[in-house]
Every structure is written in structure tokens, then in C-alpha cells.
Design a protein around this ligand. Structure first.
Ligand code: PGA
Length: 245
């Protein structure tokens, strides 16, 4: 099971202290049942890297530029830079970036170049409320997947995160039945279109210690992409604990 903390645009040097609890938990737990990945803002990647050295926590970034080679792209970070600083993963296609103009084409380029840089991709897909109301969920997901992965070879290094946009940060979660159907639909199509036999598919959107077990019990999810609740170490640890007990 994957547990991925997406800190979004939150956190400063002081917030690194909150990791002490998580490191302690990992020392006591020493489990190979799960992977813990932190995606802090760029400004904290280096400090995180130092802090989590010799632990089981892995490092990821929240986005990158589509060109992997350095160039005149003011304000951007390349996947190569991320790799060099110790990141193993990068989140691509988060709805908060799609909402400000990131297209499927750009996402495709970002995935391609990040894979070339040796990063693993946390590829976010999901429908908006309007698309859900029109019953376009499956159609939207298929389009995001087929355009986002067009021409991509190393699909084993892509982890999928299904995040219904209307569930992110709202406290509203999908009905169990709907979620299960959507994940099964995705699995079927990833097999049919890309030959992916056992893709890792995570769920994201308002995951917290109280609801996580319901998701786990669906038996079709390989982990969680957690926003809000991941900034509170106690809650994040509780999410891991509740998943297994
Ligand atoms: P949330 O965010 O857990 O705060 O809903 C999830 C995400 O945006 O990845």
C-alpha cells in the first residue's frame, strides 16, 4: 500500500519537526506492507532529503517543467533537478494544476521527460463535479489516460491516482459502489489499452483516519494520495494504522 503525503503549498522549515513523529512510528513499525512518500513544496525538498535519510520515507515533488534539460524557463524546476536532489517520484496532472491550464498534452510531455530523468510518476486523473453530473466520468478518465500516456513506454513506473476533483479538500467522498466501479473500469481499460496487468491505482480526495478503512475494504485500491490530513503527522500515521487494523 502506498501512502503519499501531498503538502501542496504549505510548510516551512519548522514543519519539518512534525516528521519526527513519523520517523519514530516507522522505527517501531518497521513494516514492508506499505510505502510512505512525502511530496513537500520545492523549497523543502533538500531539507526533507537530509531529514529522511536512513529511513523508509521516500521523497517526491509536486510537479515539474516538461523539459528535463535546464533552459530559460523562469520559475520552473526540471525533472532532472528533482532527481539530483533526491526525489524518486513526481506528481503529474494534479487537478489543481489542470485547473490553471495544464493540458493533457503538457501532462504527456511531463510524464515522458520525468520518466527519462528516472523518476516514478504519480499520475493524477479525475472528473470535475460538472462532468460527474453529466455522467461523463468514465469518458473523462479514458481521455486523460490515453492522452496523458500517449507513446509512453515505461508504464511500470507510473502509479495512478484517481482523484475526483469534487472530493479534493471538500470532505465529500464518493459512494463506495461508485468508487469501486470506477477503479474496476480503470483496471479493465489499462489492461485492454496498455497491457497493464496489475497497475497501482491509488485513491485521493478527503482521505482521513475515519474514512480510510472504507476505501481499503473495497479491495481494489493500492493506497492513498493524501492532502490536508498529511500535514498533520498524527493524522497521517493514523491513516496508515487504520488501513491495517
Ligand atoms: P485532500 O487532497 O486530501 O486535501 O482532499 C488530496 C489531493 O489533492 O491530492
Amino acid at each position: 500500500m502506498y501512502f503519499i503525503a501531498n503538502w501542496k503549498m504549505f510548510g516551512d522549515i519548522k514543519s519539518l519537526n512534525s516528521l519526527n513523529k513519523v520517523l519514530k512510528f516507522l522505527r517501531l513499525k518497521n513494516s514492508n506492507k506499505f510505502r510512505l512518500i512525502y511530496c513537500p513544496p520545492y523549497t523543502l525538498l533538500n531539507l526533507f532529503h537530509k531529514k529522511i535519510k536512513n529511513s523508509n520515507i521516500e521523497l517526491g515533488a509536486q510537479n515539474c517543467h516538461q523539459e528535463e534539460i535546464s533552459g530559460p524557463f523562469t520559475g520552473s524546476i526540471s525533472s532532472k533537478m528533482l532527481k539530483k536532489i533526491g526525489a524518486k517520484y513526481v506528481i503529474i496532472g494534479h487537478s489543481e494544476n489542470r485547473a490553471v491550464g495544464e493540458t493533457n498534452l503538457i501532462i504527456n510531455k511531463k510524464i515522458e521527460s520525468s520518466l527519462r530523468s528516472g523518476l516514478k510518476i504519480i499520475f493524477c486523473i479525475g472528473e470535475t463535479l460538472q462532468q460527474k453530473r453529466k455522467k461523463h466520468t468514465h469518458k473523462v478518465l479514458l481521455e486523460q489516460v490515453s492522452k496523458g500516456l500517449k507513446g509512453i513506454k515505461k508504464l511500470n513506473n507510473v502509479i495512478f491516482a484517481y482523484e475526483p476533483v469534487w472530493s479534493i479538500g471538500t470532505g465529500i467522498i464518493p459512494k463506495s459502489n461508485d468508487l469501486k466501479k470506477t477503479i474496476v473500469f480503470l483496471r479493465k481499460n489499462l489492461l485492454k489499452r496498455f497491457g497493464l496487468k496489475n497497475p497501482k491505482i491509488l485513491y485521493g480526495g478527503s482521505v482521513n483516519p475515519k474514512n480510510v478503512r472504507n476505501f481499503k475494504e473495497l479491495n481494489v485500491i493500492d493506497g492513498f494520495l493524501v492532502g490536508g490530513a498529511s500535514q498533520d503527522s498524527k493524522k497521517f500515521i493514523d491513516i496508515v494504522k487504520k488501513t491495517f487494523n
